[in-house]
Design a protein around this ligand. Structure first.
Ligand code: OOG
Ligand code: NI
Length: 447
């Protein structure tokens, strides 16, 4: 049987190859990132989270149109050991989608291959015009985004609890078809325009044969350097890096992208060539420490505050305002630990010292029996995701959507609940505690 982790690694590599061919600028981005990463490693500069590999993509994104598509993509990703984590409601930012991130859960699987997919589902219920909404549904109901053989292989995986090596190779090839770009739209230009004027995201999802991968994202060790290098290479970088400001100990996730290309699209009524569509781009990310619910609240508060201040101080750059506002977010590991702002895993440093001390974790840490290591944030950030979406849509689109979050219908479509990210980080912290205390108890017995 093929291991799910291996299937995911093979799939991510094949997808990267396909996307580099489809979008040559993405190949340029990969080269630039690799150069920066090697410079940093060659200089021997320490960087957080050395156990995670750098030369593979961290994530990609697709946008789906129907509940049934989301249900099948969940089953497809399950073959690769990826499960839905988190619910991201983008309607708060005026975008007619909600989303989850499919990703491996265990540290071992993340280490083998970290690939995850930010997967959005269109909120068709938010198309105001009833006729247009029904037309969009009809168009989507007429497409099938999975090859018949891909579905057979998914069913085979579920029935047998795995795939043979040969079937796994075939699965990678077949599932790639779902992510491929189609330069001919399934609709005519008038329909495209009508959907686009409702929202460009709706046109992107509804008017194509499948949910083309819209970006891939490698890990970069210095995102500020990469942002500058992008501009020097002629890649049109988005104006600001999303997420927290640069710090000694990076928290959560920083990300930036080069802007989506305007591409030629042909429409179903053959004479209408020369249409333009903007969907595909390249992104880079740098990940830091996962924050507890308390830390996350502080992050959200400071982010909101810096946005407010930036509006009132247009003379200062957004970066400066962000850095000033976040100055109150502790930036040393001990304070982050003591104030329970971030997640840490415990590791045994000196078991011999443990004989006379209690099992109280804080005192085990302060007496240096245990040391703490930051747990990396593996999920997405809704406000940053909205920033990435926006920079890749046509500018100036009016998005006064009034909507409410609808996790229940998202999970119904998915066919299961999503994992709550905090539960996963909590679980990692707790299992490291249990492991350390177990080993220390054994040590004490042995003495
Ligand atoms: C997804 C944008 C969000 C991220 O990294 O937060 C995203 C999309 O454009 O479909 O990729
Ligand atoms: Ni992304």
């Amino acid at each position: 049987m093929a291991l799910s982790d291996e299937i995911r690694a093979d799939f991510a590599a094949a997808l990267s190859k396909m996307y580099q061919k489809e979008v040559p600028q993405y190949g340029t981005l990969l080269k630039l990132v690799s150069e920066i990463n090697h410079q940093i490693m060659d200089n021997g500069q320490p960087y957080h989270d050395t156990q995670h590999r750098i030369e593979v993509e961290r994530h990609g994104a697709i946008r789906l149109g129907l509940a049934s598509e989301l249900a099948m993509i969940r089953r497809l990703f399950a073959v690769m050991g990826m499960e839905p984590v988190g619910y991201y409601d983008l309607t708060v930012a005026g975008l007619p989608v909600h989303a989850t991130g499919f990703r491996p859960i265990s540290p071992e699987s993340l280490q083998r291959n970290p690939f995850r997919v930010f997967t959005s589902l269109l909120r068709l219920d938010l198309i105001q015009d009833k006729n247009l909404r029904e037309q969009a549904e009809r168009i989507l109901n007429n497409r099938s985004i999975f090859t018949p053989r891909c579905i057979e292989l998914i069913e085979q995986f579920e029935a047998q609890g795995g795939l043979s090596e040969e079937a796994a190779r075939e699965f990678v090839k077949e599932s790639l078809e779902t992510f491929r770009w189609h330069e001919t739209s399934t609709v005519d230009l008038a329909t495209y325009k009508a959907l686009e004027s409702s929202h460009p995201l709706i046109a992107d999802v509804v008017c194509f044969k499948g949910p083309h991968i819209n970006h891939l994202t490698p890990r970069v060790l210095d995102i500020d350097a990469a942002q500058d290098a992008m501009k020097k290479c002629g890649l049109e970088a988005k104006s600001v890096i999303e997420g927290p400001p640069p710090r000694k100990h990076l928290i959560l996730l920083r990300q930036t992208s080069f802007l989506a290309l305007e591409e030629e699209v042909a429409f179903s009524s053959g004479e209408e060539k020369g249409g333009k569509h903007r969907a595909r781009f390249g992104e880079i990310e740098q990940r830091g420490i996962a924050l507890t619910a308390k830390g996350h609240r502080l992050y959200d508060e400071l982010l909101a505050k810096s946005k407010e201040i930036a509006i009132g101080q247009p003379q200062n750059s957004q970066e400066d305002v962000l850095a000033q506002t976040f100055a109150t977010f502790p930036d040393d590991l001990n304070t982050l630990y003591q104030e329970r702002l971030a997640y840490f895993r415990y590791v045994i440093r000196d078991p011999l010292q443990a004989t006379s001390i209690s099992t109280d974790l804080d005192s085990l840490v302060s007496s240096r029996v245990l040391s703490i290591e930051p747990i990396t944030y593996e999920d997405f950030l809704p406000a940053s995701a909205a920033g990435i979406f926006y920079s890749n849509l046509h500018e100036g689109h009016d998005t006064n959507q009034v909507a409410s979050s609808d996790q229940a219908s998202f999970e119904k479509a998915l066919g299961c609940g999503v994992h709550q990210p905090f539960d996963l980080y909590d679980g990692l912290e707790k299992s490291s505690i249990a492991e350390c205390l177990g080993i220390l108890a054994e040590e004490r017995k042995a003495i």
